[in-house]
Design a protein around this ligand. Structure first.
Ligand SMILES: [Fe+2]
Length: 244
C-alpha cells in the first residue's frame, strides 16, 4: 500500500468516544503519515494522536478490537498527553533554573516520547490486508543481511519473544552503515528517542574526564562548552534535515 494512502478515518474518532480536549484543537484532523513521515506533532509543535488508519476491528482475529481500542486510546493516547505535560514541565523548570526537576521530566519525556514514536510506527506497520512476505528492496536487504526471509523471521521472532520485561523487537535502518539492524528495546527508550539522528554528543563516562576532573563531572561538562565545534553540529543538522 502507498504510505500516502493512509487516510483520515472519521470512524476511529467516533469509536474512541473521546473529546479532543486532552490533545488540543485539531488533533484528530490529520492522518498518521504525512509526506511519508510519521505525523507526530501539529504546526504549533504540540504532540498529537492521529487517528488509526483503520477501524478497531480491522485487525481481527490476530488483534482483537477491544485490545486495539484500549492500546491505542489509553496507552498511546496517554503517552501523547503525558509527553505534552513533560515538555511544559521542562519549560517551567528551565524558567526556575530547577535542575532537579528537569532531570525528572527529561526522563519522563524520553519514556513518553519514545512510546509515541514507536506506537505511531507500530499502527502503520499493521493492516487487515497484511501478512505474506516482504518484496523488492526490503527483501533484497533482508536477504543480504540474514540470508533468507525465513532466517530473518526466526531472528526477529525470537528476540521479540525474549525481551526482558516490557519492550519491543525492532528492525531498523542504520544510516551510518547503510545496513539493516535487528535489536531489542527494553521499555520504550533506555533513554533515547527512536529515529533521532545525533547532532551533538557528550561523553560522560568516567574515562572521558576522571583523570583531570576526578569526581567533578559537572565541571567537565561546563568546560566542554569551550571546545564544541558548532560548525560541525550545524553540518550535522543540515544533513539530518535532508532526510526529512
Ligand atoms: Fe504499546
Amino acid at each position: 500500500m502507498d504510505r500516502r494512502n493512509f487516510i483520515k478515518n472519521g470512524s476511529a474518532l467516533s469509536l474512541l468516544g473521546m473529546s479532543s480536549y486532552a490533545f488540543g484543537k485539531d488533533v484528530f484532523t490529520e492522518p498518521f503519515i504525512v509526506k511519508d513521515m510519521d505525523n507526530l506533532v501539529n504546526e504549533k509543535g504540540e504532540y498529537i494522536l492521529a487517528p488509526l488508519p483503520y477501524d478497531f476491528n480491522a485487525l481481527e482475529p490476530s488483534m482483537d478490537a477491544e485490545t486495539l481500542n484500549l492500546h491505542y486510546t489509553f496507552h498511546h493516547g496517554g503517552a501523547v498527553k503525558a509527553l505534552n505535560k513533560d515538555v511544559g514541565k521542562i519549560k517551567d523548570a528551565l524558567d526556575k533554573n530547577d535542575t532537579e526537576t528537569i532531570d525528572y521530566w527529561i526522563k519522563k519525556s524520553a519514556y513518553h516520547g519514545s512510546s509515541h514514536i514507536l506506537h505511531s510506527i507500530f499502527w502503520t506497520n499493521l493492516s487487515g490486508k497484511g501478512g505474506g512476505a516482504p518484496k523488492g528492496e526490503l527483501l533484497s536487504r533482508i536477504e543480504k543481511e540474514y540470508g533468507t526471509y525465513d532466517r530473518f523471521k526466526s531472528l526477529i521472532s525470537a528476540i521479540s519473544k525474549n525481551v526482558d520485561g516490557a519492550g519491543w523487537g525492532i528492525l531498523a535502518y542504520h544510516p551510518f552503515t547503510d545496513k539493516l539492524v535487528v535489536f531489542q528495546c527494553e521499555n520504550h527508550e533506555k533513554l533515547t528517542q527512536w529515529g533521532a539522528i545525533p547532532l551533538l554528543v557528550i561523553d560522560v563516562w568516567e574515562h572521558a574526564y576522571y583523570l583531570k576532573y576526578r569526581n567533578k563531572r559537572g565541571d567537565f561538562v561546563d568546560a566542554l562548552f569551550n571546545i564544541i565545534n558548532w560548525d560541525n553540529v550545524s553540518m550535522r543538522l543540515d544533513y539530518a534535515l535532508k532526510t526529512k
